[in-house]
Structures are given as C-alpha cells and as structure tokens.
Design a binder for this molecule. Structure first.
Ligand code: CA2
Length: 143
C-alpha cells in the first residue's frame, strides 16, 4: 500500500497556540487531519512530531522500505542538523520539505536549510496549506 510519513520537528506541537501572525491558527492536529482527508483509499499515513533530533532520525530510518514519501518540517533543525540530512539521504522515496512561515523573509540564519540539499521540493510561507500542497504533489508523483 502506498504510504506517506509526515514528520514535524521541535516546537511544532505548539502550532495554532502561539505566534499566529507567524505560524497561523491551524493546530498540528488540524494539519494531520487535513492531510489524511486528501489521501485516496488505500493510502496510509504515519504522522509524528518530536522535539528531539535523534527521534526524528529514528522516524526517517523507520520510513525506509515502508514509505513512498516523507513530508518533513524539521523546524529549527532545518538550519542545523546534518544528522537529519544524512538520514534523509538514506531514504529512497520522495522528500518534500515544508515550512509554515516564509523562512526567506525572516532572520538570516533561517534562510539556509541543510535538508533542502536532499528535498525534491521545498514549500515555505503557505502556512498549514503547505503540507496539503506537499501531499498533492506526492500523489501526482507516486500514483
Ligand atoms: O516556518 C516553519 O515551519 C519553521 O520550520 C518553524 C520553526 C522555525 O525554527 C523554522 O525556522 C521555520 C519553529 C517552529 C515553532 O513553532 C511554533 C509554533 C507556534 C508557537 C511557537 C512556536
């Protein structure tokens, strides 16, 4: 069965609860249910959020041989984590990187993402809709 892994990094469990001007009003639960609603019958989704770099690496490794695609918002680890990049480089499927905010219109240190080196597509600044856009693209590629 086709399978998507949806991963969210540190602090994204707070989506919709703080800083709505930056991150919008949708919660992470809203994001997950919107993504599930897009999936045709027979598609499976694993969704995980972690504040810990190693847990995200573990989740990426667990997607190997199981998932056709990973949608990942690595949060602040985008800008710092070679470990997450290395893990994604061991994954054979489609990788789409999502940022809720437009990282290019913020502080200079957010403008570079290590993960983008591996990503097949990068979405930034579309709010929670970015996750749905990523999934729509994956459906086009995989189906
Ligand atoms: O724009 C994004 O999606 C980010 O990945 C979000 C990260 C940030 O470090 C990246 O540079 C860009 C931060 C997520 C924090 O999420 C919060 C949500 C609501 C309230 C507080 C934090």
């Amino acid at each position: 069965m086709p399978h998507i892994t949806l991963l969210n990094g540190p602090n994204l469990n707070l989506l919709g609860q703080r800083q709505p001007e930056l991150y919008g009003r949708d919660t992470l639960a809203d994001v997950e249910s919107a993504v599930r609603a897009l999936l045709p019958g027979g598609w499976e989704l694993t969704a995980e959020q972690s504040n810990h770099e190693g847990a995200l690496v573990d989740a990426i490794q667990a997607a190997r041989g199981k998932s056709d695609a990973i949608v990942i918002n690595p949060g602040a680890y985008s800008h710092t984590s070679i470990a997450i990049l290395d893990a994604l480089n061991s994954f054979d499927g489609v990788v789409i990187e999502v940022h809720v905010s437009n990282i290019h219109r913020r502080e200079e240190f957010r403008r570079h993402s290590h993960v983008s080196l591996r990503a097949d597509g990068v979405i930034a600044g579309l709010g929670a809709e970015g996750y749905a856009a990523a999934v729509r693209r994956i459906l086009q590629i995989v189906e």
